[in-house]
Write a protein that binds this ligand. Sequence first.
Ligand code: NAD
Length: 457
Amino acid sequence: MDIQKLVSAQKHFFASQQTKDISFRKNALRKLQSELFKREADIVQALYNDFKKSEYEAIMTETSIVYSELKMAIKNIEKWNKPKKVLPSILNFPSSAKIYSEPYGTVLIIAPWNYPFQLAISPLIGAIAAGNTIVLKPSELTPHTSTIVREIIEAVFDERHVAVIEGGVPVAQELLTLRWDYIFFTGSVNVGRIVAKAAAEFITPVTLELGGKSPCVVDDSASIKLAAKRIAWGKFINGGQTCIAPDYILIHKSQKDAFVEAIKEEITLAYGDDPEQSSDFPRIVNTRNFERLAIMLENENILIGGKTNKDDCYIAPTLIDEPSLDSEVMKGEIFGPILPIISYETEEDIATIIGKYDKPLAFYIFSNKNRFAKKLIQQYSFGGGTINDTTVHFANHRLPFGGVGESGIGGYHGKQTFDTFSHKKGIVSRGTWLDVPTRYAPYKGKLNQLKNLMKFG
Ligand code: NAD
């Protein structure tokens, strides 16, 4: 496919103003919705083929999230797009003022492999709702899902409106040499840096949805059984390959033994005595990632799990006891089913460990002390989080989802995805029935009048 030709065709199509029409956008979203419903079984199968993701998790964490975003966009698109009236400034009297949402133009979305369907289609929905033309590049590491995504988009859209370009790093690199009106990237911090540099060339605005080492603090008042259940779920869902998975546990010393017992029980309850036999536990996406993770298990004190099978890219749900902060498992984001547990005694201990890492994408606190939980939320900078649960803040599309510092720039979900893909244009409309002369030269004798006016401005 000639990428430059395609992008140029999209730019022409955008310039034709057709995507500015709300019924055009709504229609496009409705068509996408019905195609997705039609292809649901294929999507589920593709996710299984890519990394043995179960049907249940495919529906819970991929298709249903997309359906909910679609439904919300279709229902609210008029409201979101309507110019918002704001109070006029007295300095402009007489006038009215409004904020208009305008589509950026031709935008690029680059998606990762870990939720390869949802993280490609969710931003796409907002980009369509906002009236852009879009090129979407799914991850090459989940080829079955990438193909389904392309087939669905090809069945629904004129490629001048929305197109999928499949491929790996060279394709992504080629895409990044082009001039886009917006780039939405989800992936690793390192590639995020590459995207930001490429965007800087044309002053292209970006959203970067990146990763990080998300802590999970369990204090001395936490309800241990429930904490263990919710942490095991949030950590081992998708085989631990979740950007907002709890990366490591910081637990009050007094709770550690009970927690280890409780999480052991929860893992067995969820996946049986041998999780390798469980149809609910996914595999690591490829050998490279398997090897990256397997190294983390070396020379560590393994409390639970630890079993691996390279032929099937399997790594058991694993708990690592008190790893050194310089160890492989504590160096960077784990992004797999390995959970280190580190005990603390004082709040200073927590601060020392969290302070070692960049601002994380997520933060979790298990505590029955409200003040303590609130204190931590205010003390540390992170993308978003949950008190007494893990990952579920992602599911509320009224909350902005995104990182801060090295975990990302910008946010999305629900209306915020529409806003992310829209430039906000401030417009003042002046009345013509009066023209206050204060601002016009000659200025002599008008300074006091100006000063008085500025007091109200
Ligand atoms: P990745 O950065 O390796 O790849 C993401 C995308 O970038 C892929 O489409 C890939 O083809 C492309 N890419 C890879 N190398 C590139 C290069 N040199 N130049 C241009 N493009 C390139 O990330 P991944 O392994 O697919 O995903 C895992 C990472 O993504 C983790 O760090 C995880 O935390 C993060 N993530 C973040 C979110 C979020 O919402 N913040 C969601 C999912 C994953």
